[in-house]
Design a protein around this ligand. Structure first.
Ligand code: ATP
Length: 205
């Protein structure tokens, strides 16, 4: 597959081995501006590992993965470049949703008002003062998405963001991602498990 290195996400001949076993084998794709692209493949096909390499969370064995033309580690303001949801289970259970978002806002230099605005937008305003440990999976997914949006990034990378969302939440997420991609020159990449599919991940938009 040919790739365009000018696209906001560009993956070229990416390969990852864990102790001699290939988790990702020579995958290439790009995510153009204004698009929401899904990465499809069965469990264990390497979707999450691909996203982790893109975000600098896993080393690359061979190939390249760039966001806005650079490896993630070379971005000058990563939070303003790319927002990510990789594991909504990683939130601190003893903090309230609002505490979590205020801490994250301070870390990326976003105003406190942005945290409250996003809590409202993702439908968590009424539960924001409860501890995250008491929240449902869908609520945690919404909070993770709000966290990813804090820096007003140009690119979103989301790993199975609809997990745990109710039908209304799933519809809201679809519309939100479409409007995100359409606003300016932004784009979104979201892996989705799909059983009964060849082992190598493929893309669809
Ligand atoms: N840290 C690790 N050490 C060893 N093997 C790993 C590690 N992370 C992932 N793998 C292996 O790499 C392969 C790809 O895993 P990955 O989580 O990327 O798949 P996936 O497509 O996201 O799966 P799922 O749809 O179940 O989330 C799997 O065989 C997995 O066991």
């Amino acid at each position: 597959m040919t790739t365009n290195q000018d696209d906001p996400i560009a993956i070229a001949h990416l390969h990852k081995e864990f102790r001699g076993h290939a988790a990702v084998d020579d995958i290439s794709f790009t995510v153009p501006r204004g698009r929401v692209v899904g990465l499809l493949g069965p469990n264990g096909a390497g979707k999450t590992t691909t996203m982790r390499m893109l975000l600098g969370l896993a080393g690359i064995t061979r190939g390249t993965a760039t966001v806005l033309g650079r490896p993630y580690g070379e971005l000058t303001s990563p939070a303003r470049s790319v927002g990510a949801v990789l594991d909504a289970g990683g939130l601190h259970p003893g903090r309230t949703g609002r505490q979590h978002l205020l801490i994250a806002a301070a870390a990326v230099g976003a105003p406190r008002s942005k945290a409250d605005e996003l809590l409202d937008e993702v439908g968590l305003a009424s539960g924001a003062h409860r501890k995250i440990g008491t929240w449902s999976l869908g609520m945690r997914q919404r909070l993770a998405l709000a966290t990813a949006l804090l820096g007003d990034p140009r690119v979103l990378v989301l790993d199975e963001p609809a997990n745990g969302l109710d039908p209304v939440g799933t519809r809201w997420l679809r519309d939100r991602l479409a409007s995100f991609a359409l606003a300016g020159d932004r784009c979104c990449c979201r892996p989705t498990s799909w059983r009964r599919w060849p082992r190598s991940p493929t893309t669809s938009s």
